[in-house]
Design a protein around this ligand. Structure first.
Ligand code: NAG
Length: 343
């Protein structure tokens, strides 16, 4: 009986450890701060001035954007124009707009092993996510979402081997990213992206976890944990971070955020609701967990006593009247002795 209880507790412990192990990267994500990789205001030149610290530019002057075809909707044209205007060809910048057709052609020609997964993605946004990692890894440059406008020249950011945007409270985003060609982090990203192509029932989580910011954040945590975040030179693996103040909202910020994401659906409402009501969600989660464990325990007791001697199930024994802690510590011998007295 007590060995059974021990097994029951061990099985529960194993399940809890397994769940913690499964979500360990997500838990880590909550505590990873990344402040030491922040691109600090102090190391950036004033708006409109060149960098004066003599650092060589590592990231090529290419801006990548994506849209399904060549007709950019009016709501994004202003943002698009702001980036093109601040990065003119006359200063050596190249602008690449990746349409769906161009993206598919590029993947088929350069990364044929990925083509089936790419075409097979259920949601178009997954292709839009994936293509940005492949073109950054291939050509290097700066990827910018179509709903992000530019507020100043990105030239001061080209001295880092790679940068991404830190989102608060957790993780990184994939809406603006810069990198040298074949940067080890983006090489890793395209190498593992197929492995993450899983369905998580809700479209939002599926997209986030298979190709989106959550996918990238998990890889980033692995990158930090694996000690890969080192090297500031052309071959370096370090990922620098743009924190919110350098992202938008100030005259010195690099970007201006325009309209929100265009692909959010009902499940996003649910997730936003859950994050607004996270205390309730946590309590309900615990209640469900405790209920499951309790039901498991009751089922176990029923099974254990039933298998030994069915008649004992309804008969109180001294063992059940022992204080709670003694039931776990007193030996089988005590029970037998006491039971004999009672008889
Ligand atoms: C681009 O897509 C939009 C929306 O699906 C469509 O209305 C438009 O005609 C397309 N433009 C071109 C050039 O194919």
């Amino acid at each position: 009986m007590r060995r059974g209880l021990l097994i029951f507790l061990l099985v529960n412990l194993a399940i809890v450890l397994f769940l913690v192990h499964q979500v360990w990267s997500l838990l880590t994500l909550l505590v990873v701060d990344g402040a030491e990789d922040a691109i600090a205001k102090a190391e950036l030149p004033a708006v409109g001035s060149p960098r004066k610290d003599g650092k060589p530019r590592l990231i090529p002057k290419i801006i990548h954007q994506t849209y399904k075809n060549e007709s950019i909707p009016p709501v994004w044209q202003e943002a698009q124009a702001s980036c093109i205007d601040l990065h003119p060809e006359s200063e050596g910048w190249e602008y690449k707009m990746w349409t769906d057709a161009m993206s598919a052609e590029f993947i088929e020609a350069e990364y044929p092993w990925f083509y089936d997964t790419f075409k097979g993605y259920r949601y178009p946004i997954q292709r839009a996510d994936a293509i940005r990692y492949f073109v950054l890894s291939h050509y290097g440059g700066v990827y910018i979402d179509l709903d992000d406008g530019c507020n100043r020249s990105l030239d001061p950011l080209l001295v880092y081997p790679a940068f991404v945007r830190r989102t608060l409270p957790t993780g990184i985003s994939n809406d603006v990213m810069g990198s040298t060609p074949r940067h080890p982090f983006f090489l890793k990203t395209i190498e593992v992206i197929q492995k993450y192509d899983r369905s998580w029932i809700l479209p939002y989580i599926t997209v986030m976890g298979s190709t989106g910011p959550l996918f990238l954040s998990v890889l980033w945590v692995h990158w930090l944990r694996g000690g890969m975040n080192v090297g500031d030179g052309a071959e370096g693996g370090r990922m620098r971070l743009i924190f919110p103040d350098e992202y938008n909202g100030h005259e010195w910020s690099f970007f201006t955020h325009h309209l929100g994401n265009s692909w959010h659906g009902y499940d996003v409402q649910l997730i936003f609701w859950m994050s607004r009501n996270w205390i309730l969600v946590t309590i309900v989660g615990f209640a469900i967990g405790i209920t499951v464990i309790t039901l498991g325990y009751l089922a176990y007791r029923r099974f254990a006593s039933g298998s030994k001697d069915a008649s004992k199930w309804n008969k109180p024994t001294y063992g059940h009247r022992l204080p709670f802690w003694k039931r776990f510590t007193s030996s089988r011998q005590d029970y037998e002795l006491v039971e004999r007295h009672e008889v």
